[in-house]
Design a protein around this ligand. Structure first.
Ligand code: NAD
Ligand code: MG
Length: 402
């Protein structure tokens, strides 16, 4: 039986994955919230603190004053911490058993690495940190005894379909595995005429047909960079060559991914598109707990369809696959350029189809380091961001929102 009173730090608790994590905890009183963190949303973080009474709350510098007033006025016992180093502190505290890494983007890197270096059960939603540091993150977990449990629904599905036994993801007798197939909904622009893509708006891009998510990952889903990042994530997590990973468009988002075996068997995981399912699995593995998700009714479900992705429509998927083949620092540069380009798209500075052009231009200007240290990755991340911003200003900027 699982231990009671497991202490969890939820990094990014005010986001989509963070809120879903708290919803799973509502169903499972054996988990205690040790720390909650948010970047700017002081009001929601405060409401979460009132409900879950964590030992610590961490807030970004800009929202600290507002949050402090709310906590003082309420007399809440939760201790307030501010800024990046505090995220690392609550991810590595000896009092913590489980860390949910649900900050979006490279901002989650240090705290995710801290959880991996300090023997925690690391629930990895923040795919960007694995994309950036790949082998380094896995090595840190192996050395400290941390368990990396993938929360991204596709990787969680693959994890469920692999013959992993014992008590660690590092245990690997992957005998007989031919390939894994990542499914992708295709996002809101799967059937949009190609000539209309240049003028789609951020609101249209964020209207995902199946999943309700934060704005950055929603745009990534619309460009299919999300699947590109997940392609890289799969190679690192499961020690796969790019030739062992396939992508299939599956608009219904019911089959979350699958594993092909040498004997012709294909094992897939099916569930309603609800992040509470992989979160519950990661929290309790190898046991099963209630997630609160609706029961899947296959008879009431529209037919399940599968098709090959169109790399002309989705150049970002191709860029992700190419970075996976290069490894080294290539995925980190791809990720940095993508983060800057997506932000520029969301603020109206550039068009949708310019996202891939910016990434491709940055990639061609920054040479790939084969075995980069963390310091080199962080330096290349900075370089790629600076270059992306310069390119946006000089070559792509529309003026709106700039
Ligand atoms: P979101 O935008 O809804 O939430 C992001 C969270 O990170 C918020 O709590 C925010 O306060 C915090 N944050 C943002 N910038 C920060 C910064 N600079 N410093 C500290 N904290 C910061 O994002 P989301 O959709 O919940 O996604 C979170 C992560 O999970 C992403 O890496 C995403 O790719 C991954 N993921 C999300 C989903 C999903 O369904 N939403 C599915 C799979 C993977
Ligand atoms: Mg996913």
């Amino acid at each position: 039986m699982a231990r009671n009173n497991l202490q969890i730090s939820i990094l990014g608790s005010t986001g989509s994955v963070g809120c879903s994590t708290l919803a799973v905890i509502d169903e499972n009183p054996q988990y205690s919230v040790f720390a909650l963190t948010a970047h700017k949303n002081a009001r929601l973080l405060f409401e979460q603190c009132q409900k879950y009474t964590p030992v610590f709350a961490v807030i970004g510098v800009d929202a600290a004053a507002e949050f402090e007033v709310l906590v003082k006025e309420s007399g809440l016992a939760t201790k307030l911490l501010v800024g990046k180093s505090a995220l690392v502190e609550v991810a590595s505290s000896p009092d913590v058993d489980i860390v949910m890494a649900a900050i979006v983007g490279a901002a989650g890197l240090e705290s995710t690495l801290a959880a991996a270096s300090n023997g925690k059960r690391l629930l990895l939603a923040n795919k960007e940190s694995l994309v950036m540091t790949g082998d380094l993150l896995k090595q840190a977990a192996t050395q400290s005894g941390a368990e990396i449990l993938p929360i991204d629904s596709e990787h969680n599905a693959i994890f469920q379909c692999l013959p992993i036994t014992g008590s660690s993801l590092q245990a690997t007798d992957y005998n007989g595995i031919e390939k894994v197939v990542l499914t992708a909904s295709g996002g809101p622009f799967l059937n949009t005429p190609l000539e209309q893509l240049a003028s789609v708006t951020p609101e249209q891009a964020c209207l995902h047909p199946k999943w309700s998510m934060g704005r950055k990952i929603s745009v990534d889903s619309a460009t299919m960079m999300n699947k590109g990042l997940e392609f890289i994530e799969a190679c690192y997590l499961f020690d796969l060559e790019p030739s062992q990973v396939d992508v299939l468009i599956h608009p219904q988002s019911i089959v979350h991914s699958m594993v092909h075996y040498a004997d012709g068997s294909v094992i897939a995981e099916l569930a309603n598109p609800d992040m509470r399912v992989p979160i519950a699995y990661g929290l309790a593995w190898p046991e099963r707990i209630r997630s609160g998700a609706a029961v899947l009714d296959l008879a009431a479900q529209e037919p399940l369809q599968f098709s090959k992705p169109d790399l002309q429509r989705f150049p970002c998927l191709r860029l992700g696959m190419e970075a996976a083949a290069k490894r080294g620092s290539a995925p980190a540069v791809l990720n940095a350029a993508n983060e800057v380009a997506v932000e520029a798209f969301l603020s109206g500075e550039i068009g949708f189809t310019e996202i891939s052009l910016i990434i491709e231009a940055v990639r061609s200007k920054i040479p790939c380091e084969a075995t980069p240290s963390l310091a080199i990755i962080q330096d290349l991340d900075r370089q790629a961001r600076t270059l992306s911003k310069e390119l946006i200003l000089k070559e792509f900027c529309r003026g709106a929102g700039a």
